[in-house]
Design a protein around this ligand. Structure first.
Ligand code: TYD
Ligand code: MG
Length: 460
């Protein structure tokens, strides 16, 4: 390898895609301005194939020859986190928790490992804050865990030394973007550093069986590598999201080798740290303005759990210039599509109107079952007619104005009935074989026009 010049390569700090020359827009993830120059490290013999098999060449085994298998999951005492993980922490699992800075990732992990550290050793590597800062936070959270070890260290090699010395049962690295390995010359947070460090930590987790959590910040400006660079390497990817203006935080699994994705955990950030929210629907509906035009309650299914949330729409005339379309918590393309369906199929034109759609509580919804709710909220605001209180709505809207069946209608109706809703407007296709709980009547609709007739009596 002597005489070889170090080669440089351009890497997307969002998704890790590489190119020999600089590009303004990443062809893989479509992010603008995310390419940064990095020097390629000479390949060390340790890397790739040999490393993955632990040095020795592996032997192919029949399925039944492979020993072990009875999953031993360790619950972490935060039921919401356990649920998102698929029922506890699997030995040797490598878990990434991503999220915006300041959303509460460190708080969540500190609370999670505190319970584990009552009996078993936990090593919490704090590469961003000093050990004292973490201790102060732990005091505020009233955490006292005798087996919790804090290590303020950024050099990966020294972290490995401490892991060998302490032999923890759980390892937390907060955050992956601030640690570095001396094997590479690039700065901490660069794509190659983040990838290499995560790769080495993953091998540690797999060989030692120590479940490892790593924290990854989501960045908008592309100055440091984001968690997407790592998504394919880890077993489980959890995103912690929420609106900084609201106390609610949602933990979402977007990849999980040991459980289902789309499970969510709901938390509330308080002055004593994160609190689990067992009944999210009640909280999201707590401040609902009933009898207000433009407000509608929908059921959104998050994993196996139905959640009722309030959707609000405001349609106001925009006599000058281009009409605005602003959405919060909902994809604006979806709203644009529904506005077009309304115009074509129900003859309601919102062309010269500003449109604002918001999901109350800072929740994000990306389920087609919310379509009908959005559409109805728009019409309700436009006509200034309220949707009867205690009415719940769900259904997917097709481009031809048809209402399509959605997944798990029985769960949605049950949750609505549990919270005292009396009427449910839902897709006709879901009515068959539906067991209707006591206290609620269901009404099937097949088209947009029919829904509007049922709710607003437009034709008369
Ligand atoms: P933190 O866990 O440091 O976020 P991250 O690791 O994702 O960057 O949480 C930071 C925010 O949480 C901070 O703005 C203050 C807030 N917070 C509370 O409101 N209550 C608390 O008890 C704690 C510990 C933090
Ligand atoms: Mg932090």
């Amino acid at each position: 390898m002597a005489g070889k010049k170090p080669r440089s390569v351009y890497t997307c700090s969002n998704c890790g895609s590489q190119s020999p020359k600089w590009l303004g827009k990443c062809p893989d993830c479509q992010q603008w301005n995310s390419f940064v120059e990095e020097t390629l490290a000479p390949t060390s013999p340790r890397s790739s194939a040999t490393a993955a098999s632990g040095g020795d060449s592996a032997v192919a085994l029949r399925l039944e020859q492979i020993s072990g298998g009875a999953e031993q999951r360790q619950p972490c005492a935060i039921a919401e986190l356990d649920r998102v993980l698929g029922g506890g922490i699997v030995p040797g699992s490598f878990i990434l928790i991503g999220g915006d800075p300041g959303i509460g990732k460190s708080t969540l992990l500190l609370q999670a490992v505190a319970a584990l550290a009552q009996q078993r050793k936990v090593l919490y590597v704090t590469a961003e804050e000093s050990a004292l800062q973490v201790k102060l936070r732990a005091q505020r959270l009233q955490i006292s865990a005798s087996e919790l070890f804090l290590l303020a260290e950024t050099a990966l090699e020294r972290i490995f030394d401490r892991v060998k010395e302490i032999k923890p049962a759980f390892l937390v690295v907060d955050s992956i973007q601030t640690i570095f390995t001396s094997a590479l010359e690039s700065a901490p947070g660069s794509v190659s550093q983040v990838r290499e460090c995560a790769g080495m930590l993953m091998q540690l987790a797999k060989h030692s069986g120590i479940p490892t959590f790593i924290v990854g910040h989501v960045t908008k400006d592309g100055s440091i590598a984001g968690p997407r660079v790592l998504e394919h390497m880890v077993d489980t990817v959890l995103y912690f999201e929420g609106d900084p203006g609201h106390p609610y935080r949602i933990l979402r699994a977007v990849k999980n080798r040991y459980g289902s994705t789309n499970e969510i955990g709901v938390f509330e950030m308080s002055d004593r740290g994160l609190r689990q929210v067992n009944n999210p629907s009640e909280i999201f509906l707590a401040e609902r303005a009933e009898d207000a035009p433009g407000s509608v309650v929908i059921t959104s299914l998050e994993g196996s759990r139905p959640i009722l949330v309030e959707l609000q729409a405001l349609v106001s005339s925009a006599p000058y210039g281009t009409a605005r379309r602003t959405t919060m918590g909902i994809d604006h393309n979806r709203v644009a599509l529904l506005v077009a369906v309304l115009e074509k199929k129900a003859g309601i034109s919102l062309l010269n109107h500003d449109i604002f759609v918001n999901v109350a509580g800072g929740v994000k919804i990306d389920e087609p079952a919310a379509d009908l709710g959005i559409l109805v909220a728009l019409v309700s605001s436009h006509l200034n007619k309220i949707i009867p209180r205690r009415t719940i709505i769900f259904g997917e809207t097709g481009l031809a104005g048809e209402i399509r069946a959605v997944a798990r209608p029985e769960l949605r109706v049950q949750e609505a009935a549990r919270l005292g809703f009396e009427r449910c407007i839902m897709p006709q296709g879901n009515i068959r074989s539906l067991e209707v709980p006591a206290g609620i009547t269901v009404q099937g609709v097949a088209t947009v026009q029919q829904t509007l007739d049922v709710l607003f009596d437009i034709s008369s």
